[in-house]
Design a protein around this ligand. Sequence first.
Ligand SMILES: Cc1cc2nc3c(=O)[nH]c(=O)nc-3n(C[C@H](O)[C@H](O)[C@H](O)COP(=O)(O)OP(=O)(O)OC[C@H]3O[C@@H](n4cnc5c(N)ncnc54)[C@H](O)[C@@H]3O)c2cc1C
Length: 338
Amino acid sequence: MKILNNHSLHRLNTFKVKAFAKFFAEVFSVDELLELLVDKKTANEKKLILGGGSNILFTKDFNGLVVKNSITGINIVEEDKDSVLINAGGGAVWDELVQFCVEKNYGGIENLSLIPGTVGAAPMQNIGAYGQELSETFHSLDGIFIENSKKKTFTKDDCKFEYRSSIFKQELKDKFIIHYVRLRLTKNQVVQTDYGEIKKYLDKENVDDPTISDIRKIIVQIRKSKFPDLSVIGNAGSFFKNPVVDKKRFEIIKSEYDDIAAFKVDKNKFKISAGWLIEKCGWKGRRIGNTGTYSKHGLIIVNHDGATGVEILETAMRIKKEVELKFAIILEEEVNLV
Ligand SMILES: Cc1cc2nc3c(=O)[nH]c(=O)nc-3n(C[C@H](O)[C@H](O)[C@H](O)COP(=O)(O)OP(=O)(O)OC[C@H]3O[C@@H](n4cnc5c(N)ncnc54)[C@H](O)[C@@H]3O)c2cc1C
């Protein structure tokens, strides 16, 4: 394992911004990771764990060691007639894990098809899409504390999963490296089709009894039509989380906009689509210099060509301010800022 100096991160983040790491190392096994953590050259440097770089915005160079997790592998740990326990390396590509499971008819993560990034980052923000969240199938994970190289296994309860959050995005941020994740998947074909866009596709294609493989195909089609092509336009998916507001705020907004995109969380709380709020501020497809929002989705902030991390952040902050002024709602970033 080599520790590189002054390494470019340009091709290692999906926003495609230019940034450098003072030190950079890629690890392919837990032993290499343990070795790296005590290496004299970088032991006292601050550390940043990097997966696929699809949920990170570099606003400056990283003055420390970037650890690229490339611990891969997918294997079946145990199975019975109804379920299977899968173990995957933190550096494995998330969508390759989904594909592996769908091909074997193991259900529970098919709605999370085509989410970019690695398996190890998935628990970090409890990835979710189209009515499914990682926490629903999550079993446990193994990792190492950066400070003292101690290993720990986290159960589902330990992870404190929430909407786009977990203990790893809160108190353990930049402190714990996830190297293996285990998921409990079902062998029974139960599919989640509640999401409006999925229903629409099923109706259009006349599919009455969809398999998990049908669901994956549909999700791939929806995502390809909705998200920018990462090989062309830099972005990190949704820049902000969908805010949860109290009933009073929801009703104030609803009285003015009856097309409000929101759903009830409980009797006093409503989750409002951040994309809807942003688009109501006139930000769908708006461009400022090299940044702006995607033409098909206001929540996706894009790097059209050569924008810096600071320029992207400035655009994000401008959007945030406008949403606050118009709706008295403060958006929270989903993307990790460095
Ligand atoms: C086009 C597009 C669509 C997207 N759609 C969705 C979506 O539908 N739902 C959704 O939830 N997300 C979505 N995302 C966001 C992103 O794909 C996920 O958050 C993904 O899990 C990030 O994985 P990554 O490996 O790229 O993480 P990175 O961007 O490399 O890292 C993200 C954060 O996790 C930390 N981290 C990474 N690996 C580890 C590890 N092994 N141990 C501990 N910490 C770690 C990093 O330090 C950083 O803080 C989308 C992104 C894009 C670009």
